[in-house]
Design a binder for this molecule. Structure first.
Ligand code: ADP
Ligand code: MG
Length: 276
């Protein structure tokens, strides 16, 4: 179904995909500026990024560094001011709003921090929604498929409950099942564990790892450095640019403005000592 995911017959000699791109996801010199009262604000300052099939990429950076803006470029939720966003055979930045919604529905599963399940629909109806929207599976197969996806995230027992009747961690599992509804090759998650306790966050991360093992490509924004370290690659953003990450964990924590753990890290002690 997702034929752009495969090598095409009349592939141009300069690339694997239709627009000459070799990587599943390619951002080329992506700039995003916002008009604000004080003039222009640059949220992304010329991003070049390549992601290959099967990668699990963690995106980190302090608040306001451009993480959400970056991944919104890949989902087409937001558009670049200049530059190119190529995903498989699609030049996302050239699509109209209507085209983007359908394209995203089939090709990119999106998971948000606050789950964003529709409160008046049951769990299983929420998972069926993308199939209804994109008309991807025969109507009489959608519920079975949704139940099967709920099984994969261990939520089948809750299928006929409303989202308000289940916990935050359970809602996020349902949101992941919903993101998989149309079997998209790519999953994008913006702080999917940001509202969960660490044990639940760990189980959600484990689910994502399973999805990668099953062949998905994942980009995940996270504040949780320990989770980020477990992804296959980490991208660090600062002021709308991809920057080289500090070599030590404490250097990274400092860069992210994180409260250092009160543990045995001598560098943290030194910083605190300096302020005392
Ligand atoms: N619609 C907007 N208008 C003006 N500024 C925005 C808008 N969206 C985001 N920004 C600014 O762009 C910067 C990057 O935002 P964002 O990508 O949400 O950061 P992050 O996800 O890393 O916290 C922030 O300084 C934010 O205030
Ligand atoms: Mg954000």
């Amino acid at each position: 179904m997702f034929n752009w995911f495969k090598r095409k017959k009349n592939t141009p000699s300069n690339g694997r995909y239709k627009h000459g791109n070799n990587h599943l996801i390619e951002l080329k010199q992506v700039v995003k500026t916002y008009d604000i009262a004080a003039g222009k604000f640059t949220a992304l300052a010329g991003i070049d990024l390549n992601v290959d099939p099967g990668e699990f990429v963690a995106v980190i950076g302090k608040s306001g560094s451009g993480k959400s803006t970056l991944i919104n470029m890949i989902t087409g939720i937001d558009r670049p001011t200049s530059g190119e966003v190529l995903v498989g055979d699609t030049a996302v930045h050239t699509l109209s709003e209507g085209q983007i919604a359908v394209w995203r529905g089939k090709n990119v599963g999106v998971v948000f921090q606050f789950f964003q399940l529709l409160p008046t629909l049951t769990v299983v109806e929420n998972v069926m929604l993308p199939m209804d929207f994109c008309n991807t599976y025969p109507m009489n197969e959608r519920e079975d498929r949704a139940l099967h996806l709920l099984e994969q995230v261990e939520m089948a027992d809750h299928a006929y409950k409303l989202p308000t009747a289940i916990s935050g961690g359970q809602q996020q599992r349902v949101a992941i099942a919903r993101a998989l509804a149309n079997d998209p090759p790519i999953l994008v998650a913006d702080e999917p564990t940001g509202n969960l306790d660490s044990v639940t966050a760990d189980s959600i991360f484990h689910l994502f790892s399973n999805m990668v093992a099953a062949g998905k490509t994942i980009l995940m924004v996270t504040h949780d450095m320990d989770l980020a370290e477990r992804a296959s690659r980490t991208i660090l953003l600062a002021d709308g640019k991809i920057v080289r990450r500090p070599r030590t964990k404490s250097g990274l924590r400092k860069m992210l403005n994180e409260t250092p753990p009160p543990a045995d890290d001598p560098q943290n002690l030194a910083v605190e000592g300096g302020h005392a």
